[in-house]
Design a protein around this ligand. Structure first.
Ligand code: V55
Ligand code: FE
Length: 477
């Protein structure tokens, strides 16, 4: 018998655990899927196997599952599997959760001290033919790209020293190199940050460490053709607090944000530091180097967006304080000092995407999800407790924006971009849309150039899906 889950927002409504692996052959499609679309869309979702050991937990702790939509000849097949991490195997053997608070091993059952706690629930990537499920507090887990069977923890054939690997790696589509980092690289709450590069064969060819200004929740970073940018925002960890059973993270709005920039082919010893007051960016849309300038487009908020972190910091959570926007940061390396310029270029939102061909380069078109307040109160979805109700396409050069929504009963997960083989064609966006009337999910497939006309195909699931963290599209060669 398994204990019931708590009724708190992390486990209620669309956030209620499903705990169900599945295979669905040939999903129902309304409309036409263009025949040229051939590939796999991998998606990561947290889905806790057991009720939390301490009676409460965050959505972010859920055991990772990887879903795969296989697109071929106008058909879509679906598969969903747990990542069989050490943590999930330990919990299953005990038939209950042996793990306490989010990223605090001192609150775990003594039987799992020293064992892996990674849940591999954030991003699935494919690099050099390997499918990896990532979570920023631990190393990757490798899965079979077709069956989704777990192969094991991935440490670059024993080469990786970093104890952690970000869920936001940066892939260079021209060189096929994978750039990544790990924070808390040397252990819990350390200031150690690793900087790593895997070559096109998937071999780790570079790993260097540096000490950050403080131990921060470094969720994403950016890489251009010439530079690497490491951001530090003051959601911080402290070992003594963790040891006493407290929260891993607290939001410290009195501390500054730091952004370190180094030449991509240089060393962490070359890091130059820039500063601004506290703020929070979980995801960057894209970035590029233009002469002496490094341009970074950020899904910005003035405060930490996670209710659980704010509350565990002893503060009241007020979404009105977020003041979100899409910000363009410009770092001029030819000028002295530690300041940089900021411009608002789009409405507040998150889950940004650009076409793979535009990564790391001067670009024009981006896509992301927003909450349009005019549509009514947002729905409960995911770890921030609010679901995105509209999709945005934005042109950087002209500032032109278009939006698509289906009213406030429909929540949009992160879009993925699918390139077209037709010259001059902007490609497609695929987005899981959650229907809060029927409690079912579907894929909306859009012409990327014109999202306003709505999906050209709706790929229906007979069940609801878990609110997605991140996904990636891998074209069939
Ligand atoms: C995030 C997600 C995580 C996590 C820390 O979106 C930050 C941000 C899904 O897990 O552990
Ligand atoms: Fe993320």
């Amino acid at each position: 018998m398994t204990a019931p889950f708590p009724g708190s927002p992390d486990f209620a409504g669309f956030n209620e655990p499903m705990r169900m692996e599945c295979d669905i052959y040939d999903l129902v499609v309304e409309g036409e899927i263009p025949k040229e679309i051939s590939g796999t869309w991998y998606r990561s979702v947290p889905d806790p196997q057991f009720a939390p050991r301490l009676g409460y937990d965050t959505y972010l702790s859920g055991d990772g599952m990887v879903g795969a939509f296989y697109f071929e000849g106008g058909h879509v097949d679906y598969r969903l599997r747990y990542v069989m991490t050490e943590r999930l195997r330990d919990d299953r053997a005990a038939r209950r959760s042996l793990h306490g608070r989010y990223r605090n091993p001192y609150t775990d059952d003594p039987s799992v001290q020293g064992r892996g706690r990674g849940v591999a629930n954030t991003t699935p990537i494919v690099h050099a033919g390997r499918l990896l499920a990532l979570k920023e507090d631990s190393r990757a887990w490798e899965l079979d790209p077709v069956t989704l069977e777990t192969r094991g923890e991935w440490d670059y054939q024993g080469k990786l020293r970093s104890q952690t690997m970000t869920a936001h790696t940066r892939w260079d589509p021209q060189t096929n190199e994978l750039y990544f980092f790990g924070y808390e690289a040397g252990g819990l709450a350390t200031r150690d940050v690793s900087y790593c590069v895997a070559d096109k064969q998937g071999d780790l060819v570079h790993e260097e460490w540096f000490e950050g200004p403080y131990c921060a929740l470094m969720h994403d970073f950016v890489v251009t053709k010439e530079h690497v940018v490491f951001p530090f925002f003051p959601i911080t960890a402290d070992l003594d607090r963790i040891k006493s059973g407290g929260p891993h993270w607290v939001w410290e709005p009195t501390r500054d944000s730091y952004i370190g920039i180094m030449p991509r082919d240089g060393s962490v010893k070359d890091l130059r530091w820039f500063k601004r007051p506290a703020c929070s960016v979980f995801h960057f849309m894209n970035s590029y180097t233009d002469g002496s300038k490094v341009i970074v487009d950020a899904c910005y908020a003035s405060v930490n967006p996670f209710p659980f972190i704010t509350i565990e910091s002893g503060m009241e959570y007020d979404p009105m304080q977020l003041h979100g926007s899409l910000k363009r940061w410009t770092f001029d390396l030819s000028r002295p000092g530690d300041s940089f310029s900021e411009d608002d270029i789009g409405p507040g939102g998150d889950m940004p995407r650009v076409a793979d061909k535009d990564l790391m380069k001067d670009y024009d078109i981006g896509y992301y999800a927003i909450i349009n307040p005019e549509l009514g109160p947002p729905q409960l979805s995911g770890p921030v407790y609010v679901g995105f109700n509209a999709l945005v396409r934005i042109e950087m050069k002209s500032g032109r924006q278009t939006q698509f929504n289906m009213g406030n009963m429909y929540v949009f997960n992160e879009p993925v971009h699918i390139a077209s083989k037709q010259p001059g064609h902007e490609g497609y966006l695929a987005v899981v849309i959650d229907d809060f009337n029927t409690f079912r999910s579907e894929i909306g497939l859009f012409e990327a150039a014109d999202i306003t006309k709505g999906p050209i195909a709706r790929i229906k699931l007979p069940v609801r899906l878990r609110p997605q963290v991140h996904g990636n599209w891998v074209a069939t060669p």
